[in-house]
Ligand binder design. Structure first.
Ligand code: SF4
Length: 440
């Protein structure tokens, strides 16, 4: 069987029945990375690797692997993000393995602990699969080395495993100073004791500074960070990715779909109570989708492929909570066609036209304008979970992590200086008010 033909057939089969209107409706919709709500029909499924005869044929239907920096481990270029209750969703794990999605991402806080518990149930029932999975978890909410220990112990119990391939602390690094000598020592000990294989951190904001700092440290194995067609425009972040890549840090991208914080199309957002997207946004998204669909891509698939095409990125970790979404993204990963320069340009134009709904996480700008730690990027992220992912639980969790004394003051702050400096031209105060309305 010709691999190239398999890939193209599989991919085209996947997107063939997804129309423009469906794609438009799904731009910022649904869980994880704004995933398309595919229908689950046969045409949305890549060929099943279990249905072919030879190993060569099977290999062509598995998501490709890429080396994860200095770890030397080859991980699947598509990762399974599980920010939800996996106890009730065991089928997603079996399906992920079937298609070679072996990078599994969880955290002690995901699904209120039920993400780790569900993965643990799977390993208990299928112990032979543990070695086939590259398992990543995070010490959510830990603020000291002692707390990291507590979280790790809890993760072992829930996950029914005695090692974690990649352990991340902090879960959401905001300041390089948090990567202290104590943390370094903790990571070295945990590795020596075979509790973890590799150590890293995750980040959503201030990312350029964090990646630059990590590149100089020499003891960070992996960084999981937000990266998509919007953030790809940031030259400081590009330079920092280069530095981290050169330092052989394994780079895992998340939030690859570039979902916005603004209310989903048809939703009720701060936009003056209008229930339709701004005209510019609608026109730009239609233009982008028409261009992509002419080539057989949905916007979400193309956005994931854009990040995957970047060879510095080892894995694109996507929140996927159902099998049709998983298989659509598997098909995108299997397709070997790269986005053209015109398609990349269309993404750039779309990013520009819709920038005021997307927080780039440059919290240093907000903090310096407001002369305090502002939590604006966290609030914007909580709204992204609420409005784009439809995940009220995650939105409330992120919002609740803001210290209560800060929260109670947020509506009294004058955001005009921050709004004037914001490179995304975000009407910050409106979003803060929306977050209070929805999440307080
Ligand atoms: S609101 Fe603007 S300045 Fe503040 S973090 Fe977001 S993008 Fe940066």
């Amino acid at each position: 069987m010709n691999n190239k033909n398999v890939d193209r057939r599989v991919f085209l089969g996947t997107v063939g029945t997804v129309g423009i209107s469906a794609s438009l409706a799904n731009i910022n919709n649904a869980f994880g990375a704004g995933q398309p709500q595919t229908t689950g029909t046969e045409t949305n499924k890549p060929a099943d690797p279990n249905d072919v005869k030879t190993q060569q044929e099977q290999a062509a239907l598995l998501v490709p692997k890429r080396e994860l920096g200095k770890t030397g481990v080859k991980v699947s270029t598509l990762g399974l993000g599980m920010m939800y209750n996996v106890v009730d969703n065991q089928i997603i794990l079996r399906s992920a393995l079937r298609y070679g999605v072996t990078f599994w991402d969880t955290a002690s806080s995901y699904g209120g602990g039920n993400s780790e518990l569900g993965i643990g149930n799977f390993f208990q029932a299928n112990p032979e699969e543990r070695k086939n999975v590259f398992l990543a978890s995070k010490a959510s909410g830990a603020n000291s080395v002692a707390r990291i220990d507590e979280r790790l112990k809890q993760s072992f119990e829930r996950l029914k495993t005695n090692y974690i391939d990649l352990y991340e602390y902090p879960h959401g690094l905001s300041n390089p100073s948090q990567l202290s000598d104590d943390v370094k020592k903790w990571a070295e000990n945990a590795k020596k004791n075979n509790q973890i294989k590799y150590f890293g951190f995750s980040a959503h904001s201030n990312q350029a500074a964090l990646l630059e700092a990590a590149a100089k440290l020499g003891w960070i194995d992996v960084i999981m960070f937000s990266y998509n067609y919007r953030l790809a425009q940031d030259s400081a972040l590009q330079k920092a990715i280069d530095a981290a890549y050169k330092a052989k840090i394994g780079l895992v991208a998340m939030k690859a779909a570039g979902s916005a914080s603004s209310a989903r199309e048809g939703g009720r957002g701060w936009r003056g109570g209008r229930e339709q997207p701004a005209a510019a946004e609608s026109t730009e998204s239609q233009k982008l989708n028409e261009q992509l669909l002419a080539r057989g891509f949905t916007q979400i698939q193309a956005a994931i492929k854009l990040v995957m095409d970047d060879q510095r990125i080892s894995c694109v970790n996507v929140g996927m909570d159902n099998v049709p979404i998983l298989t659509a993204n598997v098909a995108a990963s299997l397709d070997k066609n790269k986005l053209t320069a015109e398609e990349q340009q269309a993404f750039r134009q779309y990013a520009l036209a819709t920038c005021s709904g997307y927080c780039a996480g440059c919290s240093q700008i907000c903090d310096s304008a407001l002369q305090q730690k502002s939590y604006v990027s966290d609030i914007m992220r909580s709204l992204m979970y609420y409005n784009s992912y439809g995940r009220e639980d995650m939105a409330r969790e992120v919002f609740a992590q803001i210290p209560s004394d800060v929260r109670s003051n947020l509506l009294r702050i004058d955001y005009s200086t921050a709004e004037a400096r914001c490179p995304q031209q975000i009407p910050i105060r409106n979003y803060i008010a929306e977050a209070f309305e929805k999440l307080a």
